[in-house]
Write a protein that binds this ligand. Sequence first.
Ligand SMILES: Nc1nc2c(c(=O)[nH]1)N[C@H]1C(S)=C(S)[C@@H](COP(=O)(O)OP(=O)(O)OC[C@H]3O[C@@H](n4cnc5c(=O)[nH]c(N)nc54)[C@H](O)[C@@H]3O)O[C@H]1N2
Ligand SMILES: Nc1nc2c(c(=O)[nH]1)N[C@H]1C(S)=C(S)[C@@H](COP(=O)(O)OP(=O)(O)OC[C@H]3O[C@@H](n4cnc5c(=O)[nH]c(N)nc54)[C@H](O)[C@@H]3O)O[C@H]1N2
Ligand SMILES: [Mo]
Length: 764
Amino acid sequence: MASRPRIAPYPYPSGGWGALKQVAINLVREKVAGSKYKALFKQNQPDGFDCPGCAWPDRDHASTFEFCENGVKAVAAEATGRRAGPDFFAAHSVTELMEQSDHQLEQHGRLTDPLRYDAASDRYRPVAWDEAFALIARHIGGLDDPRRASYYTSGRTSNEAAFLFQLMVRRLGSNNFPDCSNMCHEPTSRGLPLTVGVGKGTVTLDDFEHCDTLLLFGQNPATNHPRMVGELRECSRRGATIVAINPLRERGLERFASPQHPLEMLTLGSSRIASVFFRPRPGGDLALIKGVAKRVLELDDAALAAGGERVLDTAFIAAHCTDFDAFAADLRSESWPMLVEESGVARDDIEELAAIYARGRAVIATWGMGLTQHKNAVQTIRLLSNLMMMRGNIGRRGAGLCPVRGHSNVQGDRTVGIEEKPDEAFLRRLGEVYDFTPPREHGLDVVATIEAMRRGDVKVFVGLGGNFAMATPDTPRTWEGLRACDLSVHIATKLNRSHLVHGREALILPTLGRTEIDLQDGVAQGVTVEDSMSMVHLSFGMNTPAGPNLRSEVAIVAGMAQAMLGADTVDWAGYARHYARIRDDIARVIDGFDDYNRRVAVPGGFHLPVAARERIWKTPSGKAQFLVQSIATDTPLHRARAAHGAKLLTLMTLRSHDQFNTTIYALDDRYRGVFGQRRGGFIHRDDLAMLGFAPGARVDIHGVAEDGIERVAVGFVLVEYDIPRGSLGAYYPETNVLVPLDSVADGANTPTYKSIPVLLRLAS
Ligand SMILES: Nc1nc2c(c(=O)[nH]1)N[C@H]1C(S)=C(S)[C@@H](COP(=O)(O)OP(=O)(O)OC[C@H]3O[C@@H](n4cnc5c(=O)[nH]c(N)nc54)[C@H](O)[C@@H]3O)O[C@H]1N2
Ligand SMILES: Nc1nc2c(c(=O)[nH]1)N[C@H]1C(S)=C(S)[C@@H](COP(=O)(O)OP(=O)(O)OC[C@H]3O[C@@H](n4cnc5c(=O)[nH]c(N)nc54)[C@H](O)[C@@H]3O)O[C@H]1N2
Ligand SMILES: [Mo]
């Protein structure tokens, strides 16, 4: 039941009874069978499954059920009683289904049988698994160059399936591994290796118990990582200072009522989460962090002059870092007016943030998409790690870097080889263990894959999960690329748009979800995943599979590999029968997985070594590296502002509370007070007045790009909102049409989803 479109500020804390009510609503809406309820309580338990929701770690995997509304939604969506079987596809042509919204497509339920597109009837029709594999083998075998196929991975895929996937593709001769992280934390993975030597976070949950200051950059955890808010609650109650750096004053970060704490629920109490908000303009974090770093130097100068305690951790800098002098000289020469202008934060506020940072004895910096989806994202993340290095806040208890990953196994997939730019050491080991020569040439990421499809250089697309057609930028151009393919293959749990925007031939291969029992030869198999803090653990499904003809992702990848590689020396069938064998071989190829099967069987699993945490720096210099980051003031965004003045708005695309990426569960965004609609544009009251629009006006959003291509998202209702002037907030994926394919983060190729220059016009 959709609520009627309305705007009503949400007066309650996040979590709390509001969240419990939503759980009940979701279970009913999804028609989850009674027997499957129990699965919800096995989420993140020692003998249960890893929550398919997000990558936030769990306390010991052994605590009482960690309640999470959005985890429940993710599980309920998979445990749904609805089915999209062959009858459904016989009744609806692809053209008809294209008329439905993403929300409607999601509602049809779980896929049950392999399907092949039949052009004559414009319908998907059942196909036998072997025939499907043979079709893939024919297409890929017929390519004149193995690099003409591209293989996408979405981050729910287990380590085991991802490892087999990359092995199959490399044995075919390609490194074309676009994956969801290209659109997500790629700037983290590319940025950090040059400063701290590893592209991952350096903290564990234990550090949250010992920090006194938390800086949360560009994240909305009450919606996207609800279990993180429980952790923040504990920090706050201990007296830690929690600072949110976000253009929006996210309601869910202000107060939180913990469903884990009956007293708080019964007394309608709540805990304060963020103590202070700093609100840069979208993309302003680089300048803001630079201002903070500059101020830290000034504070240190003052302390030095007064003979007080130094603000810089000089011992750490001397022993562990290089190039501090050049870094400091650049900070000193930076102009305050420019930093204020570029960040959108007043100098007093920058100084206050610096003072909070400098007071902290153990500081954790966390970040999400608010930092990564900009042109300067790689620079911003490098600078943030340098700011932390200034006070030795890396590799010390209670302190460190905490990129908060999205998909529940996106970090693990990269660890086991889903990487279009693999390093030589990994390829050498893979080649030795499997006795072949893996291709050396770097492969295609997401944006490069789309460009290659458009040029006709990629003719086959294989998606291991995800919704490539909707998650990617520049929707019409991406669709042209997908439609120009000879074959598209999707391994999926549920119907989505990507299955409908297909190649000349197309397959949908239905797979088991992580919550489902995976029997191979009568033995239940577990899979492993790595969370955002590098803990690897085992996950066993609990629910009866959604249909008898589903296969596991591992079995599907192994089936494809066998069909394509024939009498290969790799025992694909053996791998698919015993996932423990895959883990044994992952351990032979990748460092840190020794004794994988035994160590992962322990409740809670094991921690993969992160060198920077031990203050071992795997950088080119062997030291933690300070780097000068200059602030560009002549980017396409700046030029658009110069051309259009105050009318130019910077669009940031957001997730609502009722969606998981491209999966739309319902139409509300409770904590932001938005109900029953998704085509809303959040805008400052003064911008409304300046542009001459009344709240509630219907507008079209026009992209302003230098390639001259007209990009329009039509029919958005303007919502007066507490958002910085000059900014516009609107939901993803409806706004992906506005993101030019070539508008990406320098050095990471991540689409600039959070800083798109746009203009508003009354709806046509
Ligand atoms: N329920 C639910 N959970 C999810 C997901 C989901 O869709 N639904 N998605 C999963 C995935 S894949 C990911 S990556 C994560 C995403 O989780 P988040 O990283 O929280 O992602 P977003 O919601 O896209 O945006 C985060 C915040 O960035 C702020 N922001 C925008 N621009 C800027 C900026 O320039 N600077 C700063 N400082 N802040 C900015 C926005 O106001 C917003 O609060 O969540 C994961 N978990
Ligand atoms: N404008 C804009 N665009 C964005 C973002 C943004 O903030 N703004 N965020 C970006 C980010 S951070 C990300 S991570 C990407 C997400 O991009 P994707 O990972 O490609 O998208 P999802 O919506 O998570 O994929 C959902 C689909 O995965 C399938 N699925 C679900 N569970 C399973 C499973 O267990 N196995 C398999 N095989 N399939 C399964 C289902 O069919 C479902 O429809 O989007 C990016 N796009
Ligand atoms: Mo993500």
